[in-house]
Design a protein. Structure first.
Length: 117
């Protein structure tokens, strides 16, 4: 019986968090107004890659996952100037929520909800 409990405990420690791969509806509450995107993620180990899609085109993004901590980074254009952006937050079930920093423009809430597989 003890061996079974030890085996179950070992397997529980090996359980991977759910994959974040798929389609998400994402909103950034930016200082100049809400930015809405469809976000596509590929989750491989601790790494994330993908892109935001909007009526203005696609923005590549990359990131990491460590437990329920998520970090994403991307670059967007503000006129002719590139703005480095980051998001740090937490994943819970089918939601990623945190704070996005948009270069020198400021920061705002970030929220993404899974919309597809």
């Amino acid at each position: 019986m003890l061996r079974i409990l030890v085996a179950v405990a070992a397997l529980a420690g090996m359980v991977q968090p759910p994959s974040l791969s798929g389609e998400w509806s994402a909103t950034v509450a930016a200082p100049r107004g809400a930015l809405e995107y469809t976000m596509y993620l590929t989750h491989e180990g601790p790494r994330l890659s993908g892109y935001f899609q909007s009526q203005y085109g696609e923005i590549p993004l990359k990131g990491t996952v460590n437990g329920d901590d998520v970090r994403l980074s991307w670059t967007m254009m503000d006129g002719a100037k590139e703005i480095a952006c980051t998001m740090t937050g937490k994943v819970k079930d089918d939601t990623i929520a945190g704070t996005a920093t948009l270069g020198t423009i400021g920061e705002g809430a970030f929220r993404a909800e899974r919309t597809g597989n």
